[in-house]
Design a protein around this ligand. Structure first.
Ligand code: IVH
Length: 675
């Protein structure tokens, strides 16, 4: 490459990198994959290395990430949140080791390995152990104040036991894959734009202007660095992780202290192979020189430390062709376009379908039958269509036309104002009945294992089951008369259907398939409203007192329960023996069977918040102290309830004990401190 060519290529690359950074960091709407973005940066850095006088001080290669946006107050970081240099294979990594060893003048160092969570970096400040401010990374020097939003994330402790006046910790906020799938499915049903991957979903969720909205998003956090801790001088990265965990911060248990380069390589290989087992999306491994003394010796550039590096997992992308675009009708009538693909192997599985989400998305990407497309397993799990190879488009390919009527029942399609999704309004549309039954029988709902998709298909197509109650009215003879169904399987299935009647109220509520009511919300609702009657009688405001229920979810629940046909349906299910009432205490929670009384003022949360969190773990919270009370939690200015607890000999917990218990760090058997 001549210098002139290099100059113009570098200028183009700088423009592209800036544009993609804005899309990624500020608009949460990246157009290219992380891998392709990295390639752009890589190429620019290579040019700048070859022609050092072409390097510019304001080049994106010397800046970290995006810029802070205007919606949140700027926060100047106490120490910069640096980025990481990437390596893409073992050779790259070996070169990195060699460079570092040369710098350090020795070999045989220890490294801490961690997984590289694909979320977004935050700086969490604690004053005298209390969470006081949280900010996004922004450009590394200045981020955005998102304290109110971060307070809604359960993993982030409101109080920690660090005996320090000031402490700033860096962590990664992420959306676990299970939560992401559920969250996106609800958005798809609602005709809202879906997020391409958990990282974008986490970023979008953290930058909500209403913290209540953030609270509804399934966000988690892991911490991995101390940014500022006057008076505390740790000596190694592994020690930091252990210390953070002891203080009550969430730290990824998959961390490992590797005593040699070979052990580091083994860790990288292990997690490259096992990445799909992770409950979150990870895009690589972060390798950090363990000793802080040696880290200091190695130093940092303006952008990234020389003592740490990311080992990126290979991208899971493949090219294939779209054989057909079909329309699927969901449980609530939402019509989703799906591309049937020529099957292709991707990250160990064969992918043959990919959702195109909605009409707008389909038009934006302009996907056509016959197109060659690039697909990626976003989140390492869900196949996602990245882009169309327009250069390979057959001349005969025509834009896809959305039909005016339901592809299953021929009913009219409508598209509510402001939504991207078309819906079939015919409640007896067989596609909706089938999807409703599949959801009802699914493992997390009524768990009727024998009722798979093929059987649902047969039952509905033959007209034997056209509603949920219909399932419980099937005779064994009717089941046995189905194709490919022997007497034994018919008996098994009948027994499973019968056994499902024992499923608790929270499962029944989830199984009904009310829009916006996912598993967690159903659980919270069942806890708050111990029966169908109580739920039916609840006002909007009362509904919203359940965890994860906002105005939108509340109005969906009411709309569902008020519809005559639904009311008849649930009543019929109740008369057939399904549980429409809860047990005394939800089972399974670590605090189930225990009752708490809260008194006085808590510093880190309000009493209703504390109630919600205790109830979420299965505890009962009551307003008055009796001999049956397991614990009294006393905040400041606690009055007569505390006195009564003492007179009855009931253990009293301080706020710290409560927080430890909520985080699972204090067993209820350990009791209170008898304050
Ligand atoms: S260490 C100086 N550790 O990856 C320390 N980063 O590409 C630099 N990330 O901005 C960061 N998991 O958002 C570190 N265990 C981990 C991480 C991690 C995820 C992210 C972080 C950082 C980006 C760098």
């Amino acid at each position: 490459m001549t210098k002139d060519e290099a100059r113009s290529r570098a200028a183009w690359l700088r423009g592209e990198i800036s544009r993609h950074r804005k899309l990624y960091y500020e608009l949460d709407a990246p157009e290219i994959s992380d891998y392709d973005y990295d390639l752009l940066e890589h190429e620019l850095r290579a040019i700048e290395e070859q022609f050092p006088d072409l390097a510019q001080s304001d080049s994106p290669t010397s800046k970290v990430g995006g810029l802070a946006s205007q919606a949140f107050a700027p926060v100047r970081h106490k120490s910069p949140l640096l980025s990481l240099e990437n390596t893409y294979d073992e050779n790259d990594l070996e070169e990195w080791f060699a460079r570092l060893e040369k710098l350090l003048g020795g070999t045989g160092h220890a490294y801490t390995c961690e997984l590289k969570l694909d979320g977004l970096s935050v700086a969490l400040a604690y004053t005298n152990g209390g969470f006081s401010q949280g900010a996004t990374r922004g450009d590394g020097a200045t981020g955005e104040d998102v304290t109110a939003n971060l307070r809604t994330i359960r993993d982030i402790p409101q109080k920690v036991s660090a005996p320090l006046h000031e402490l700033v910790v860096r962590g990664e906020v992420y959306m676990p894959i299970k939560g992401f799938l559920e969250f996106n499915a609800t958005r798809e049903e609602d005709g809202l734009p879906v997020f391409a991957n958990p990282r974008n979903a986490a970023a979008g969720s953290l930058r909500q202007t209403d913290p209540k909205e953030t609270a509804r998003r399934p966000l988690s956090c892991f911490c991995y660095q101390i940014l500022y801790s006057p008076g505390f001088v740790p000596t190694s990265q592994f020690e930091v992780l252990e210390q953070l965990a002891k203080w009550g911060f969430p730290v990824d248990p998959r961390r490992r202290l590797c005593r040699s380069k070979e052990e580091v390589l083994a860790y990288c290989r292990e997690w490259t192979a096992r990445r799909h087992e992770l409950p979150y999306e990870a895009d690589g491994v972060v390798i950090k020189l363990d000793s802080f003394q040696l880290q200091q010796k190695a130093g940092s550039t303006a952008k990234s430390p020389r003592w740490a590096v990311a080992f990126k997992f290979p991208p899971e992308q493949a090219e294939t062709t779209v054989q057909r675009i079909v329309l699927q009708v969901g449980r609530t009538g939402a019509v989703t376009p799906v591309a049937d693909l020529k099957p292709v192997r991707l990250g160990g599985v064969v992918v043959s379908r990919v959702s195109l989400h909605n009409e707008e998305e389909l038009r934006r990407k302009d996907v056509r039958e016959g197109d060659t497309v690039l697909i990626e397993r976003a989140g390492g799990v869900i196949p996602y269509l990245v882009s169309v190879r327009v250069d390979k488009r057959p001349t005969s390919a025509r834009p896809f036309r959305f039909p005016p009527s339901c592809p299953v029942c021929g009913g009219e399609l409508h598209r509510p104002e402001g939504e991207a999704i078309w819906r079939c309004s015919n409640k007896s549309c067989k596609a909706q009945i089938k999807e409703g039954l599949r959801h009802f029988a699914s493992r997390d709902a009524m768990d009727i294992a024998g009722l798979g998709p093929a059987l649902v298909e047969q039952l509905v197509e033959s007209g034997k089951v056209l509603s949920l109650p219909g399932l419980y009215k099937l005779s064994k003879a009717e089941l046995a008369s189905l194709e490919r169904m022997g007497d034994k399987s018919a008996s098994n299935l009948a027994a499973q259907i019968e056994a499902s009647k024992a499923k608790p109220w929270e499962k029944v509520l989830y199984a009904l398939g009310i829009r916006q009511v996912g598993e967690q919300t159903a659980k919270a609702l069942a806890r708050r409203f111990p029966s169908l009657k109580a739920l039916q009688a609840a006002s909007d405001e009362e509904l919203q007192s359940a965890e994860g229920v906002g105005p939108k979810v509340a109005s969906e629940i009411r709309a569902f329960l008020q519809l005559d046909e639904n009311r008849r349906m649930v009543e019929e299910l109740a008369s057939l023996g399904l549980k429409m009432e809860g047990e005394a205490a939800p089972s399974g929670g670590p605090l189930s069977g225990l009752s708490f009384v809260l008194t006085g003022t808590l510093a880190s949360m309000t009493r209703p918040e504390a109630t919600k969190r205790l109830e979420a773990l299965g505890a009962k919270v009551s307003g008055s102290v009796s001999a049956k009370t397991s614990f009294v939690v006393a905040g400041s200015d606690a009055g007569s309830k505390l006195a009564k607890a003492r007179s009855l000999g009931i253990p009293v917990l301080g706020e710290d004990d409560l927080l430890a218990m909520l985080r699972g760090n204090l067993s209820p058997l350990a009791g209170g401190d008898g304050k």
